[in-house]
Write a protein that binds this ligand. Structure first.
Ligand code: SF4
Length: 433
């Protein structure tokens, strides 16, 4: 039987963007998705089209360099059946059956999985997600480093310590030269992706950012992820052309009403448009959500995961809500560790070949929880490379854990997982297995 969908993999991002523009201009239904793991690279973007449209697509893409057009095979979870032990509820068996067949979950099934309470079932869910992680992205834990270069922010998100109304914060902007120096050190340490993170700070103009991105690219071979909030589409384009590879813009919640409550004065639709814009510019996009926001439901979490699937997100940050001092939510309870872990697990089963960090927020909630995150579907760690003297003023939430490279290496090796090769080489370490 012919697969109902096919995927187009182009020879470069530029060709992919050209192909995408041609399909959009000619009204061919398409979706940008991460290239499935079985075709190779974890994080390149492919174009999904209906197989029925293929002859027209081939005509339209005559001048585009393609690596190939492939049937979109269902990604079956190998060995899922081996977890069918003990007496299991019918719904759970049906979930495992779907994973074994590579079928998509319905929204109700996501809600069912996120609502699981019985420990044996929750543990099976974790085991399934860990198996999927191993199958689609392997045992290497990617380690990325964040430089929090400015804590100025024009937004007023209710949960965030950097919000503009927090007058207790000493605001800072790091000099570009200092950021480039730190980036060089990171590269020497074997880090291959730096995350340049800030509040929404118009004081760091696009010209300054373009110069910064170019300077880091000139001095190192680092991949650059920007996490600088919402900017004009033109600014995103200039930064992409300057060499930025990835862009992290979390949706935080895909429930528009809850989004409006948590982000006074911000526009949910604009956020979605920015996410799409970034994807259409050829960035590898990052998104994610916060678990345990006041007023959030399990249904919301299911919708968050479906949002990330629909938008073809490559990197998915899922962390618990943590109260921050001097914010409207300072007195609220933190999000649940278990629900965060379940959301990571379900996200891995649904989104498959994406980067999922076991977040600093999880480590802050409970120092042992970051290891658990890596055992239930996560495959990435982020270390904080911001110089000590700035850190106390970059507390998006209070008492933020400081995960450094030594801690990350300890964590990865204690779990029997693999370090990225450049880190192993720079630290003179052997492979775990
Ligand atoms: S979450 Fe981001 S945009 Fe919102 S206040 Fe904090 S730094 Fe600013």
């Amino acid at each position: 039987m012919t697969a109902p969908y096919s995927i187009i993999v182009c020879s470069s991002t530029n060709h992919m963007l050209r192909a995408d523009q041609l399909l959009v201009a000619n009204h061919v239904p398409r979706q940008l998705i991460p290239v499935p793991g079985y075709l190779g690279s974890v994080c390149n973007t492919a174009i999904k089209v209906r197989t029925a449209d293929l002859s027209r697509v081939k005509e339209l893409l005559g001048g585009v360099q393609l690596e190939g057009i492939y049937p979109l095979e269902p990604q079956k979870l190998e060995g899922a059946g081996s977890l069918l032990t003990g007496i299991l509820p019918k719904e759970f068996q049906s979930v495992i059956g779907k994973l074994a067949q590579g079928e998509d979950f319905t929204r109700d099934e996501l809600i069912y999985l996120l609502s699981l309470q019985e420990l044996p079932l929750v543990e099976k869910l974790y085991a399934l997600a860990d198996r999927m992680r191993r199958q689609v992205v392997g045992d290497v834990v990617d380690i990325r480093a964040a430089i929090e270069f400015s804590n100025y922010c024009r937004q007023n998100c209710c949960y965030c310590g950097l919000r503009r109304d927090n007058s207790q914060l000493l605001r800072y902007r790091m000099e570009p030269g200092e950021i480039v120096g730190l980036s060089k050190n990171l590269f020497r340490m074997g880090i291959r992706t730096v995350i340049l993170q800030s509040g929404e700070d118009p004081g760091y103009t696009v010209e300054m950012l373009v110069a910064l991105v170019k300077a880091i690219k000139k001095a190192t071979k680092l991949g650059i992820t920007l996490s600088i909030g919402e900017r004009a589409a033109e600014e995103y384009r200039l930064l992409r052309e300057a060499g930025a590879n990835n862009f992290l813009l979390k949706i935080e919640t895909a429930n528009p009403k809850l989004y409006a409550v948590m982000h006074p004065g911000a526009d949910y639709i604009a956020r979605v448009h920015s996410t799409e814009n970034l994807r259409d510019l050829g960035y590898r996009t990052g998104s994610g959500n916060i678990i345990g926001l006041p007023g959030q439901s399990i249904e919301d979490l299911a919708d968050d995961i479906l949002f990330m699937k629909e938008k073809g997100i490559h990197m998915v940050g899922i962390g618990p809500f943590l109260p921050a001092a001097n914010t409207p939510l300072a007195g609220h309870q933190p999000g649940s560790e278990e629900l965060t872990l379940k959301t990571i697990a379900v996200a891995r089963l649904v989104l498959k070949n994406v980067f999922i960090p076991s977040t600093t927020a999880l480590a802050t909630l409970n120092p042992d929880a970051q290891a658990k995150g890596l055992q239930v579907g996560a495959n990435t760690l982020m270390i904080i490379a911001t110089p000590e003297r700035y850190r106390a003023n970059y507390e998006i939430y209070s008492n933020k854990a400081a995960v450094n490279l030594e801690r990350a290496i300890e964590l990865v090796t204690s779990l029997g997982r693999e370090l990225p090769r450049p880190i192993r080489v720079s630290m003179g370490l052997r492979k775990t297995k």
